[in-house]
Design a protein around this ligand. Structure first.
Ligand code: UDP
Length: 240
């Protein structure tokens, strides 16, 4: 019979930073292509994939608020617009290799993408299309990690797969401490009480309240995205 995988529907969160690669450019087309190829390989297996993209490679509201008279809300709207740019780029790459893809934005930009309509998003997934959720939650003061948790809960996806530039969650910062250890499993409680920088409190709490496991893994290792989506052991698994 058909091989069965751990997840039937996943929410893949790709940060803006992950799209930038070695940071020498805003978006690295090699990275968007690598993501597209791996996503294609799992949609062929029948696993439904929704994405939330960040915008930190282009604009992060919190670091701009206050400059040039920019209030936090306006800065965050610019940040949300940045995620739309990434989403459109990623959509173009995916479609260039034949993956039917829809972008849905949290606030209306009807000439550019569909508005977010939950039931329509689910329908797209059921038809085997990849859905990219852009513009975060549509609200300032939130993050795209929170958008990932929220959309995951809304569309009944089973897991948030958080693609990062590190192998997973460590007990200390691996860039400054060479002895930092990678933690393979964690509870939500561990993350919140030990203040491990995995995702912001709002996002992790939303996952906890809805019993959504989170997998944190390195997007730069070939094969990792498809492994994570297929439910193979990779990175750090956070759960109850
Ligand atoms: N943002 C927001 N509301 C949201 C999601 C994002 O205001 O629901 C803004 C915020 O300014 C944030 C920026 O969009 O800094 C880019 O998103 P994020 O920092 O989460 O991107 P990532 O770190 O994943 O690249």
């Amino acid at each position: 019979g058909k091989p069965s995988y751990k997840w039937r529907r996943v929410l893949l969160k790709v940060s803006g930073e992950a799209l930038a690669g070695d940071q020498s450019q805003t978006i690295d087309p090699k990275i968007t292509m690598a993501i597209a190829r791996e996503v294609a390989s799992v949609t062929r297996l029948g696993i439904e994939v929704a994405l939330v993209v960040g915008g930190g490679n282009i604009f992060r509201g919190s670091s701009w608020a206050g400059s040039g008279g920019l209030d936090r809300s306006s800065a965050d709207y610019i940040g949300m617009l940045a995620t739309v740019m990434n989403a459109i780029f990623l959509q173009a790459t995916m479609e260039s290799i034949g993956i039917p893809t829809r972008v849905q934005t949290a606030f209306r930009m009807s000439e550019v993408a569909e508005p977010y309509i939950r039931r329509r998003a689910v329908r797209h997934l059921e038809k085997g299309r990849v859905v990219i959720f852009a513009a975060g939650t549509g609200n300032p003061f939130f993050t795209t990690d929170t958008a990932a948790a929220l959309r995951c809960a809304e569309i009944n996806a089973e897991v948030v797969l958080k693609a990062t530039n590190v192998d997973g969650v460590y007990d200390d910062d691996p860039r400054s401490n060479p002895h930092a250890r990678l933690l393979h499993t964690l509870t939500y409680q561990d993350v919140t009480s030990r203040d491990l920088s995995v995702m912001d409190m709002t996002a992790i709490t939303l996952c906890q309240e809805n019993n959504i496991p989170v997998v944190v893994f390195n997007i730069n290792k070939a094969g990792n995205i498809s492994k994570a989506i297929k439910g193979e052991r990779v990175g750090t698994l956070i759960g109850a």
